[in-house]
Design a binder for this molecule. Structure first.
Ligand code: G6P
Length: 372
């Protein structure tokens, strides 16, 4: 088992370090000589894909957060409405699904029963189902109309890390492919985004190499009873995933919020000493989201929160209000989750280790849940 962990103490630690490769491998071989995207595994009639007027992503757990991240990118690139729904809720609300709906089922294992049942329901309604799955030969891709495999390699630790980054990457490829096929106003930029994506593994590596401080802080926080996470736009699902990792691994109460929602409720939770992670959007993004999130940090700091800030290199606006700053490389806005989630994974893993817990096999959880 020691050899399988590649010299790391745990599978989780190894899988966090595998992430640059998981993203790079998922991107590999997806373009032709002319640089156009070719998703050879997606055997859906192009005419059908051109007619899609709605996308519904169905998934559970971390895979559902990958879907939430992808939604921002796919809607922006393709101008197709995207819904993201927990697979076990999907079928019971009598969803509006027809032959022009593309249902995208995201699953590491390909065996999650809730997701499989959603796939079956979607097919019964006449939708086209595309699976984004990591495990070859599993059930969900067999039942779906098409599959786009993530190439994260086997994921052993129960809580998902590298599969999450690979799922986001694959969903981006799908979005770019649909934009290419349908010829949106964004089509000219596809090559640039692909280049940006190819630069991501090196950025993830820099986050991992520079994670000494986040490990140190996590080590000191073993007795913490609650951690909050705030994010906005693509940072919102990152906040949710950061909270989920902490629940799963460290059994600590953790909650992720949309930063804009703070004043509508969660700010009441802030009391002196409350640790809050804030995922700060790029100052280069549009719509002044950056300054709005800086204001949020200021508001909670004024109420005594301990602010743990994830911000881009060079973003000095955060300094006056941050108790700690964890830097991530500058990254195009829509791709930022691929780097900004990494410190949160490392934080949860280290904090759980500091509490003496088994990070690979958290209590009460299973790697793949094959019952409804
Ligand atoms: C379980 C695991 C989670 C995972 C979820 C979905 O609950 O503990 O880590 O995110 O299932 O799994 P899937 O294999 O469908 O991605």
């Amino acid at each position: 088992a020691a050899a399988e962990k590649g010299g790391f103490a745990t599978f989780m630690d190894k899988e966090i370090h595998d992430q640059p490769k998981a993203v790079a491998d998922t991107l590999l071989g997806r373009t032709d000589d002319a640089g156009r995207l070719r998703l050879d595994e997606v055997h859906v009639d192009e005419a059908v894909l051109r007619q899609v007027d709605k996308i519904i992503v169905v998934a559970c757990g971390t895979a559902a957060y990958a879907g939430q991240v992808a939604r921002y990118a796919i809607e922006h690139w393709c101008r197709i409405p995207v819904e993201v729904e927990l697979a076990h809720e999907f079928r019971y609300r009598d969803p509006i699904v027809d032959a022009r709906t593309l249902v995208v089922a995201v699953s590491q294992s390909g065996e999650t029963m809730d997701t499989l049942m959603a796939v079956r329901h979607a097919k019964e309604q006449g939708a086209t189902v595309l699976a984004i799955v990591n495990t070859h030969g599993s059930t969900i891709p067999r039942e779906a109309d098409a599959v786009l495999y993530t190439h994260a390699g086997p994921e052993i630790a129960v809580a998902s890390t590298k599969a999450f980054l690979a799922q986001i990457t694959a969903a981006y490829l799908l979005g770019l492919y649909l934009a290419q096929l349908r010829g949106t106003k964004f089509t000219d930029e596809i090559t640039d985004v692909l280049d940006d994506l190819r630069g991501i593994p090196e950025k993830i590596q820099r986050v991992i190499d520079g994670a000494g401080r986040v490990r140190e802080i996590a080590g000191w926080m073993a007795d913490t009873s609650s951690v909050l996470f705030l994010g906005r736009h693509v940072g919102y699902p990152v906040a949710m995933e950061g909270a989920l990792k902490l629940k799963e691994l460290a059994y600590i109460h953790a909650e992720g919020f949309a930063a804009g929602e703070l004043k509508h409720g969660p700010i009441a939770l802030i009391e002196p000493g409350q640790p809050v992670f804030i995922i700060v959007p790029s100052p280069r993004g549009r719509d002044s989201l950056h300054s709005k999130v800086i204001s949020n940090i200021q508001e909670i700091r004024a109420r005594g929160a301990r602010t743990l800030v994830i911000a881009e290199e060079g973003d000095d606006d955060v300094l006056p209000f941050a108790d700690e700053v964890f830097r991530v490389p500058q990254t195009p806005v829509l791709l930022a989750p691929l780097v900004s989630v990494v410190p949160l994974q490392i934080f949860a893993c280290e904090l759980a280790t500091a509490r003496g817990l088994d990070v690979d096999q958290p209590r009460n959880l299973a790697k793949s849940v094959t019952v409804e």
